[in-house]
Design a protein around this ligand. Structure first.
Ligand SMILES: *[C@@H]1O[C@H](CO)[C@@H](O)[C@H](O)[C@H]1NC(C)=O
Ligand SMILES: *[C@@H]1O[C@H](CO)[C@@H](O)[C@H](O)[C@H]1NC(C)=O
Length: 656
């Protein structure tokens, strides 16, 4: 009976929302009809440079927060079009940090721009630029028609308004995380699904008996309570950013939240995915043991929206999600759902399952919270029938911490059948045992619950998916000018090799590239040319000394073009430039471009190198990214320091 009521309730909510939706839509139409067509002011982000916009004169709306020094501004009153439009508006006093409309007019390029400090913005000097602009208050002048959409110089969709420079290090979009407005369809859809799902559980005689909230109840009533429990936990899950609580009638939800449901253990806030082996070879009995293990885990973890959440993927020939992170948001419902999992059969394609999980499981729509580490536990009976190394690496690169539990692994006689020897060591991040567990027999699997949970909940140690060592594309830019000399050039190469050695090198881990420059530049090897440490060290050894002038600025441009353009979006881009003298050409603008493209630049100067130039080349703060060594023989002393700074910076960045 309770089931019927609940289903009814869901459809009432649905109807309500549909009505609401129709109401909103017709409202919109009415507004359209009443309002006269009006000039709409296009909007831009703080980092949009004037040079990106082709229109000679336009009114735009700036967001709040453009006072930030990261939006560089060049000049005073008249600004080089390499400047942030909105930053310049703040500098000139037309706008304050809360944003607003401004009028922008392009003017001719100047032979020099002077930096100054004004209205909380430090603008910079620039020798000469091809185009400038001035800003004034955003009042359209009479008789002038302003564009209601801007034309950008690169053929980009309006969504890419932020400009070229930033796109290089933006995260690739994850399905379900795009900032689309929550539609009513999503809300009603989810409600219906959830209601259907919760209407399925049969009243389990043991479930709920341990809760002290209510005394003995008739069985029929108990089943009602069960349904309430899961519905209210779903309601609390609605605080996720995806769902818009504004659309959900509050009263409806609160009347359903009769029984208190655990918020979950806050000391173990992880988004957890179990990949379970459903292959034919595992057999019914062991499959049951595996399910019991999952249920034990669900019981031992205090599941809830403020603590761990757990979903399950079963794999055989192909993987399939049994339920995602938001399907069952308390331990009790989770256990009931685990009980109902049926075996798929087929092969034991764990690698395929890991790829599937990486692509689909941890999406926002599936309940991924973002603020909780992603953890995947792969349970394997014996050994997988496909390869797991690449799939696991990709998962780790995507920020998923992978654990492997191997049960009844191959015996000596069986080793010949194993598709990928040492698969579990290859799949996990480090072979120090933290991420892999080996269980002798299915009958002792239950003893693994506590050791496993201890590791999963040790969230400080779950930093393995991406480390300082496995996540960079490092491009060395090496000065091969005559002043260096053959002997010292060898020392520089040793320095390059000594730094490279520290990193985990492979196609999917850290990659190394190198450029040598004099007046000219040449690519010694690119990121894709070598994929093992031995190959890289050999390639470094083989770099021949060139000898010539010193055009460091051109070399930086060349490295951006030839090396970093081929960098992967999910890699940290590090440029390590080593020079022994002052550049013949300008380094300021190439360095600026590098910084804007998200290339973290380290400048290492030896002997005659100019410290002020090193600081210009280096990423801000310069004292962290530039080093000066009086002579080549002392270069080796800086290897640990450079590495340390690279890793300190990595560790200070927010991570998954
Ligand atoms: C597998 O690992 C063992 C010990 O960790 C090692 O001795 C062996 O060489 C490895 N085999 C392969 C094929 O990598
Ligand atoms: C590189 O490492 C080797 C071995 O540790 C050391 O002898 C050498 O001095 C180092 N050279 C440089 C330039 O870092």
């Amino acid at each position: 009976m309770g089931i019927v009521v609940l289903t009814m309730k869901a459809s009432v909510i649905e109807m309500f929302l549909v009505l609401l939706a129709t109401g909103i839509d017709s409202n919109k139409d009415m507004n359209k009809k009443i309002k006269r067509p009006k000039f709409t002011v296009p909007q831009i982000n703080c980092d949009v440079k004037a040079g990106k916009i082709i229109n000679p004169e336009f009114v735009v709306k700036c967001p709040a927060g453009c006072q930030d020094p990261k939006y560089h501004v060049y000049g005073t009153d008249i600004y080089a079009s390499y400047s942030s439009v909105c930053g310049a508006a703040v500098h000139s006093g037309v706008l304050d940090n809360s944003g607003g409309k401004i009028l922008v007019r392009k003017v001719a390029g100047q032979s020099g721009y002077k930096g100054s400090y004004s209205n909380g913005v430090q603008s910079l000097s620039l020798p000469r630029w091809r185009e400038s602009f001035v800003v004034s208050e955003g009042k359209p002048q009479k008789g002038v028609t302003y564009p209601s959409a801007l034309t950008y110089s690169s053929a980009k969709s309006p969504a890419a308004k932020t400009g070229e420079a930033t796109t290089a290090y933006q995260k690739p979009p994850v399905p379900g995380t795009t900032a689309q407005p929550v539609t009513l369809m999503q809300v009603t859809g989810a409600t219906t699904t959830e209601a259907t799902a919760t209407s399925l559980p049969k009243p389990s005689p043991s479930a709920g008996s341990t809760t002290s909230s209510l005394g003995p109840q008739p069985v029929g009533h108990r089943s009602w309570e069960l349904d309430l429990g899961s519905t209210s936990s779903y309601a609390s899950g609605h605080h996720s950013p995806r769902a818009n609580p504004g659309f959900v009638p509050k009263e409806e939800l609160s009347t359903q939240s009769l029984e208190p449901v655990s918020q979950g253990d806050p000391n173990c806030k992880v988004d957890l995915s179990f990949l379970i082996d459903g292959s034919s070879s595992i057999g019914k009995r062991r499959f049951r043991i595996q399910k019991q293990f999952l249920a034990d885990v669900a019981q031992a973890l205090d599941i809830g929206p403020g603590g761990p959440l757990m979903g399950v993927v079963q794999y055989g020939d192909n993987p399939a999600a049994q339920f995602n992170l938001r399907t069952h948001m308390n331990s009790r419902d989770l256990k009931t759902a685990i009980e109902k999992i049926t075996q798929r059969g087929g092969l034991s394609n764990a690698g395929r399952a890991i790829s599937y999980m990486t692509k689909n499981f941890f999406s926002k729509a599936n309940g991924n919270r973002g603020a909780a580490p992603n953890v995947a536990v792969v349970i394997v009976d014996g050994w997988p029938t496909d390869k797991v190394e690449e799939a696991s690496r990709f998962a780790r690169e995507s920020g998923i911490n992978i654990f492997f539990i191997t049960v009844e692994g191959a015996t000596e006689n069986e080793k010949q059948y194993v598709t990928e020897p040492n698969f579990s060591n290859k799949a996990v991040c480090r072979t120090n045992g933290f991420y892999s567990l080996n269980v002798q027999s299915w009958f002792s699997l239950h003893k693994t619950v506590q050791p496993l949970l201890k590791r999963i909940c040790d969230t400080d140690r779950l930093a393995c998916s991406k480390t300082c060592w496995n996540s960079a594309d490092i491009g060395f830019v090496i000065d091969g000018s005559s002043s260096v000399g053959t002997g010292n050039f060898r020392t520089v190469l040793q320095f390059v090799a000594n730094i490279s050695k520290e990193f985990e090198i492979s196609e999917t881990d850290t990659r190394i590239g190198a450029v040598q420059y004099t007046y000219e530049q040449r690519l010694e090897f690119g990121f894709e040319d070598h994929s093992t440490k031995a190959d890289i060290l050999n390639a470094i050894k083989r770099v021949g000394y060139w000898s010539g002038g010193t055009s460091t600025g051109a070399a930086i441009n060349y490295a951006l073009e030839q090396l970093f353009k081929k960098s992967k979006p999910n890699k940290r881009k590090l440029m390590i430039l080593i020079t022994d003298g002052r550049s013949y050409d300008d380094v300021r603008i190439p360095a600026m471009v590098a910084h804007h493209k998200g290339v973290i630049t380290y400048a290492i100067g030896v002997a005659w190198a100019a410290q002020d130039e090193l600081e210009v080349i280096a990423t801000h703060p310069a004292n962290h990214h530039s080093f000066f060594v009086d002579e080549f023989d002392n270069l080796h002393k800086f290897v640990p320091k450079v590495i340390q700074n690279i890793c300190t910076e990595f560790n200070s960045q927010p991570r998954n």
